[in-house]
Design a protein around this ligand. Sequence first.
Ligand code: C5P
Length: 240
Amino acid sequence: MTQSDPRLIAALDFPTAELAKQAVEQIGDAVGYYKVGMELYYAAGNDIIRFLKSHGKKIFLDLKLQDIPNTVASALRVETMQGVDMMNIHAVGGRKMMTMAAQAVKDKAEELGIVKPKLLAVTILTSMDEEQFSELNYNNTIAEQVLALAKLAKESGLDGVVASPREAAEIRAACGPDFLIVTPGVRPKGSALDDQSRVTTPAQAFANGSTHIVVGRPIMKAADRRAAAEAIVQEIKDID
Ligand code: C5P
């Protein structure tokens, strides 16, 4: 039996707590880290967080916050109190928002005496293409903007970014060895692309500098979810 690997984060993209819990039970020890996004969090709230924690799982709460600095900092203090391990905010919220956010998470974790959750920045969503991006009038290419925002996130005290496997190598070079790069759009050998277009295999993602991969449908839509997760863990272990 293949045990979980902390570099694999499985996306629990479900509309109800019941479906998510069923998936977690089926997958068992093969996954130790789950991503809870907007859909599941709005449906199930902290019930699903408590469930995952009671099963000994780590949690990436993917709510992509952006608002005035005080509001984001306050929301992150509450997320920190839930005991999640990773959270994220939009880098386009700017330096002040990110700096206050990082400080709020650090202070709250210290006050609670817990390990500080990792705080990541979302740069430019991978669903954005150059045509749509040009309408935003940043006068930059997506690649340039991603790199600028990743550097700003690092300067603001964030722990890393969510980035496509394509962007990982340049971010790694610019932001140093300790910066986290969490990468969706990963497809194990031989699996369907779904709506992802710029995909890599787990091995390619890590070779490009990613520290974690996020995988959803290749596990959750598999006939045998546990076997699908185990195959990805094995693919990761084969790289070592
Ligand atoms: O099913 P799939 O493996 O494509 O799921 C990837 C997960 O990562 C989904 O939860 C998706 O919303 C998320 N994600 C993404 N691309 C981004 C950011 C997040 O696919 N740029």
